[in-house]
Design a protein around this ligand. Sequence first.
Ligand code: PEP
Ligand code: MG
Length: 590
Amino acid sequence: MYKGIAVSPGVVVGVAHLVDSVFGSSEPRLLDHDQLVSDEIQLLDSALAQSATELEAIVVKVAQQLGGAEADIFKSHLEIVNDQSLQEKVRGLITSRHLTALSALQHVLQEYAATFARIEHDYFRERIADVRDVISRIGSHLTPHASGAAPGLNADKMNADEPIILVAHEILPSQAMSLGNLPIAGIVTETGGGTSHAAILSRSRGIPAVSGVSGITNDVRSGDLLVVDGREGHVLVRPDSETTSAYRKMQREFFDLKDRLVLNRDQPARSADGAQIDLLANINNIADARAAQKVGAGGVGLFRTEYLFLTHQDVPDEEEQYEYYRQVIEESPQRAVTIRTLDLGGDKTVPYLGRRSEANPFMGWRSIRLSFEHPRLFERQIRAILRAGRHGKVNMLFPMITTLEELRFVNRIVEETRRNLKREGVPYGEEVKTGVMVEVPAAAVCIDAILRETDFISIGSNDLIQYLVAADRDNPKVAHLCEPLSPAIFKVLQMVLDACKRTGTPVTICGEMAGQPRSVLTLFGMGLRRFSMSPAFVPTIKALLGSITTAQAERFSHHVLQLKTSEEIRTYLSERLHEISSSLEVFDST
Ligand code: PEP
Ligand code: MG
């Protein structure tokens, strides 16, 4: 049994599917006897031509959208595709060693990787990432993938009778986005913590998941039976039949409970004494917006727009963004949709905004800081959101605001953009409100000043926690510090909630805490009435809040705020949760 970090609740028994690289096995693969060298070279040439055409289009679009410097990255990729010595090396291996084109590419990549590794200068050594990108691009034209699936996630290999459990060192954002199209029932990764993008995506699909399981990819082979216990953070490899049937029983009970809970979708969200609560959804794409509707979410509290950019080959232009946002709004009829501007960087990078290597990416060039450096891109996104704003009730949210100067700068850009749209006669939503994500401690400390210059706030507890405790949210080694149930976190949250109460500013919490029963009990007691979470958690949180009164929750939070350690808080809240509803305990990870 492996112990990792429980990141998405539930239990599932299924067969392992190891996520390959584009190249799959590292064993050289030879052409079959009936395969001609000339045919294989033709396949290679056509993959090279397709890659070059793709890159040429990207260069033009990125140059228009972002400017020459960013387009240069793709120009250099185009040069690599067209590099005669690279092409000759690959052709040579097909001809002389009868390797398949894919295998020959892989061989050449390994050669380059070995050469680059010897370079002393950091910048040049790291250019291997570009070579790898290009070779993977060429390789992807030689590999038949399931449509829409990212490299390494091949639906053809996933036709087992048992549910599929994905096992990977790391799941890239582009791969994570393809999960929706594939029959995946559980996820296990070696890297990542409770709030990494892979964890967030598993939760939004309601798939049990465990992260930080070091070494598992060496032990597990595709086809092995696995148990994923997403509440305890356990992964059992090749369990015996007795253990398997015990877990199968838990799996049935868990999914039966979920099915029963979702029947509350049309009931209003209220506490036992009738206090009204907004239970909103965090979404990444249109499919999530539909899922939010299905579970009866009261709107979209956080639409993470970066996933549109992450799954796009190049930068989506204003029209594409506008269309996408409009569709999301139309999937949420009569409900407010809060659209967050780009939050790239950290664990989410796209090559067209420059691949910078930073010692501390979460502390560096990410989120709104990146938008400031690309004003044209930022302005276009604001235009698209304002324009989509006339199709429903829309709010615009700015991530990672750290100082009042940043907020003022953003407000100025929004005002200017509104004026431009008006001058151009382009229709837009005049009622769109703007808000700030409070997720950097500096903003929480200066909350009073922020509240004077914004319409609403949303607390991003995932980042607020990592920055408050100085522990990378993606690093399993320090995951114990990224603990929401801690005195420091609740003190900061209390400060922010009190300030909002004083000024009457609407406040939501949209970090992962918002979907975790023990945190919710405390936050509700502290006066919070708006929670935004993965759609899969809405029915659970509705049932939980429906079974306590405001006075009860206030007693809990009052007590929690007196406690000195996380251990005490966890124990106290676990006991309360058990008293209120023992069946909902399975939805709170340890
Ligand atoms: C957060 O930081 O809590 C948040 C909701 O934003 P993200 O997880 O996308 O960084
Ligand atoms: Mg955040």
